[in-house]
Design a protein around this ligand. Sequence first.
Ligand code: UTP
Length: 408
Amino acid sequence: MENIELYAQLEKYNQLHLLRYFENISENEKEYLINQLESIDFGILDNYAAKSVITKRGNIAPINVINLDQIAHNKEIYFNIGIDALKDGKVGAILLAGGQGTRLGFDKPKGTLNVGITKKLYLFEILINNLLEVVKMTNRWIHLAIMTSVNNDRDTQVFFENHDYFGYDKKYITFFIQDMAPAIDYNGKIFLEEKFRVALSPKGNGGWFESLKKTGVLTKLKEDGVEWLNVFSVDNVMQKIADPYFVGATINHNCVSGAKVVSKVVPEEKVGTLCLEDGRPSIIEYYEMTNEMLYDKDNYGRYKYNYGVILNYLFNIKAIEQKTFDNMPVHMVEKKITYINDEGEIIKPEKPNGYKFETLVLDMIHMLDNCLAYEVIRNKEFAPIKNKEGVDSLVSARKIMLENGKSL
Ligand code: UTP
């Protein structure tokens, strides 16, 4: 290979194996591989080198949560403030749909999953229907920006087009593409997906704001008067988007961000817990919880760290624009990664075989001055489809939908 600089990079990061088929591939494939390698920020591999270094957490304390009782008490105030903001077009929605859904093992964009039983009802459709309810309430279209990845962008856009945007005005739907990062094996070696193609995977949902900016979508939303962004995941079938109560509560409490939380089923539940870290809002992963944090109770006998996040956040654009998110913590997440073996065969592993690098939207919360923790009723707002079976699966999500009288 003639590109000396690139060769030196690969050597420095111990990744020369990526060129092992170089002499046997076509000129076009060589060009493809070189372009791909040149686009990779190999510095991300330093996170693998540093993986045994445990990042020390700051001082953790419980966060004040606006609970169901308080919300019921202030219902009207929250609703009126929220609905006004929505009617003024100040709220936009960001659908995070760039993930790969490896746990579910569905090889199309997750939003195209059919959740219906007697009829077709797709994940994307459920989310759009939810947003349409707010549109009807306010008599105004809400901007929806959908984050995809290079892997699923085309399929996602075609799906929306083929379904006529599920009745949404397509002028208010924008797609934008997120960043990718290389995937590595347990020895820190980047996988090849084909002889001429590196295994790249979406770099987590934490980059949504940077990608929104980079693609020019943020400017467009701001020009249209959007001041708040409601960020949510693709796989929660009970998701409430642009919820006037949540928007109103966040504004009413003078917060720059808000997070919907649910009371945990058991203290050990595998969800991120919203708390304070060194006085700032923060989300502690379930595996970072100490015994004290798991089981300590307050004077009323309630668990001090009882509230888990459900990936539904509200962000004030002005507040997040003042921060830089291009240096967010990078998490290494164990996943199943398709690769080619030494014989050149494509292998789709049954269980995790390496790591992907991801930044997470929850880390943005800690970079902000405050966050309103807003409790919602689990069975009314949280039914994610993550796994093939068991907890958080299609079966469990359908059950919750049926319990809520939805027609499937
Ligand atoms: P998950 O953490 O469930 O990740 O994403 P995932 O990739 O979809 O699924 P698994 O872990 O491989 O099974 C939570 C939300 O963040 C989005 C997902 O689409 C989902 O809405 N996401 C995740 C992105 O938009 N980009 C990413 O790089 C990762």
